[in-house]
Design a protein around this ligand. Structure first.
Ligand code: GLA
Length: 386
C-alpha cells in the first residue's frame, strides 16, 4: 500500500492536516478451514496486502469517514445508537462500539482508508479493516492498553453484531498477530498458538483468484455453523455424561453414534470438521520434516471435503483444483470461507511457470475471464506505519 496515496486523499478530503497511518494485512490459511468456530486448529499467516488508514482525532463527537476505494463519505456520531447503513462504514462504527464496551473513551475523528486486498477473494479484507481500525483506536484513544486479543475479539464481535456474519476468530487473529515469514498454528479452543517459520524448499505458495465474488453476509456461511451446532446438540443429548462445547470435543466414534440422529447434511459437515482437525496437525508435523508431499496431499483432501462434504465450493474453484492436479501441483484447495474467491496452491518450482500459464489460459477459455494470480508473501501483522 502506498502511504503517499492515502495521505494525499486524507489531506484532500479533510481539513488539510495529517494524522497517523496504520496498516493491517489480509491473511492466507495453509490448512484448517471452518474449524475456528468449531474450537479446532487453524494455520494462517498475514500477507503483504491489506488496509491502510490515516486517522486524526478531530475534537468533536463526530466520526468523519472517507473510503478512498469507494470514493464515498459517511459521517456519524460516536454515540449514534444505530450507526450508518453503508456497510464499509459499519466496520468503523462496530469497532468504535466495541472499544467503548472495553471502557475506552472514544472521541470523534477523521479517517480515510484504502486497501489492496481484493474484496470477496477469501483473503479477509473485512478482518483487515477491523484490525486496522482497532489498531488506530488503541493508539489514539487507549494509550495502546487494549490487548491484541481484545482487538481480535472486537473485530469478531463487529462481524457478529454489525455485519451479520457469525465468523470464528481466525481472520482477525491472523491480521493482528501475523509476523513476517511465519505461519501460526492456533488452537481456537484454548487460544494457544505457535509461530512456524515458513520457508518451503523448492516450493512456492500462490493464490489463484477465480474472481467469483464470495459474500459471507446472508450466505450459507451461517448455515454451516448452524449444522455444526445441531450436531453438538445431538451429541450432548446422546452422551449426557460428557460436556460438548463444540465439535472439537467429539471423537469420530461419537459422531458415528449420532449419525441417525442428525440430518445427512449435518452429519457430512461434522465429518469434514473432525477430519480437518487431524489434517492441520498432520500438516504441522509434515512441515517440521520438510515433507511437502504430505502437506500437499492433505490440502487436496481438504478441498475434497470442502467441496463434497461441507459444500462451500463452486464450479470455478473445483476447476482450478482440477487444473492444479493435472499440472502436478503438490497441493491445492479452496481457501477461506468458500463460495468463491481463491485457491491456495503449494507448487514445486519446476512446474510453477507451466501451471500458472496453463491455468490462466484454460480457465479463461472456459469462463471468459482470466483468474488473478498472487504469489504469497508472509508478512507482519497490524502496525502503526507513521
Ligand atoms: C471466514 C471466517 C473465518 C473462518 C473461515 C473458514 O474467513 O471469517 O472465521 O471460519 O471463513 O475457515
Amino acid at each position: 500500500m502506498d502511504i503517499e496515496f492515502v495521505r494525499s486523499r486524507f489531506i484532500k478530503h479533510f481539513d488539510g492536516q495529517t494524522g497517523n497511518i496504520y496498516f493491517s494485512p489480509g491473511r492466507i490459511n495453509l490448512i484448517g478451514e471452518h474449524t475456528d468456530y468449531n474450537g479446532g486448529f487453524v494455520f494462517p499467516g498475514a500477507i503483504d496486502k491489506g488496509i491502510m488508514a490515516e486517522v486524526r482525532p478531530n475534537g468533536t463527537d463526530t466520526i468523519m469517514c472517507y473510503s478512498i476505494d469507494m470514493k464515498d463519505r459517511v459521517e456519524f456520531k460516536v454515540n449514534d445508537p444505530d450507526g450508518p447503513r453503508t456497510t464499509w462504514a459499519r466496520f468503523i462504527y462496530g469497532m468504535v462500539q466495541e472499544f467503548k464496551q472495553l471502557g475506552v473513551q472514544v472521541g470523534g475523528f477523521n479517517i480515510a482508508f484504502a486497501g489492496d486486498v481484493p474484496l470477496g477473494a477469501g483473503m479477509s479484507s473485512s478482518a483487515a479493516m477491523e484490525s486496522c481500525f482497532g489498531c488506530a483506536l488503541n493508539d489514539l484513544f487507549a494509550n495502546n492498553e487494549i490487548s491484541k486479543w481484545d482487538i481480535v475479539l472486537a473485530g469478531q464481535a463487529t462481524e457478529h453484531k454489525y455485519i451479520g456474519v457469525n465468523c470464528g476468530i481466525m481472520d482477525q487473529f491472523a491480521s493482528v498477530f501475523g509476523q513476517e515469514g511465519k505461519l501460526m498454528r492456533l488452537d481456537c479452543r484454548s487460544r494457544e498458538f505457535e509461530y512456524f517459520p515458513f520457508e518451503p524448499k523448492d516450493h512456492t505458495l500462490v493464490l489463484i483468484n477465480s474472481k467469483v465474488k464470495h459474500e459471507l453476509v446472508g450466505s450459507p456461511y451461517n448455515d454451516r455453523r448452524r449444522s455444526c451446532e445441531n450436531v453438538v446438540s445431538a451429541l450432548a443429548e446422546h452422551f449426557p455424561g460428557k460436556h460438548f462445547e463444540t465439535l472439537r470435543d467429539a471423537e469420530p466414534d461419537e459422531l458415528l453414534a449420532v449419525e441417525n440422529e442428525v440430518s445427512t447434511e449435518d452429519y457430512r459437515r461434522a465429518h469434514f470438521v473432525l477430519g480437518e482437525k487431524e489434517r492441520v496437525l498432520a500438516v504441522c508435523d509434515a512441515l517440521n520434516h520438510g515433507d511437502y508431499e504430505t502437506v500437499g496431499r492433505m490440502m487436496y483432501e481438504t478441498h475434497e471435503g470442502l467441496s463434497k462434504e461441507y459444500e462451500v465450493s463452486c464450479e470455478e474453484l473445483d476447476y482450478l483444483n482440477q487444473l492444479a492436479r493435472e499440472a502436478g501441483v503438490t497441493g491445492s484447495r479452496i481457501m477461506g470461507g468458500g463460495f468463491g474467491g481463491c485457491t491456495i496452491n503449494l507448487v514445486s518450482n519446476d512446474v510453477y511457470d507451466d501451471f500458472i500459464s496453463t491455468a490462466i489460459a484454460k480457465f479463461k477459455s472456459r469462463y471468459g475471464h482470466a483468474p488473478e494470480v498472487y504469489p504469497v508473501v508472509i508478512s507482519a501483522g497490524s502496525h502503526k506505519v507513521c
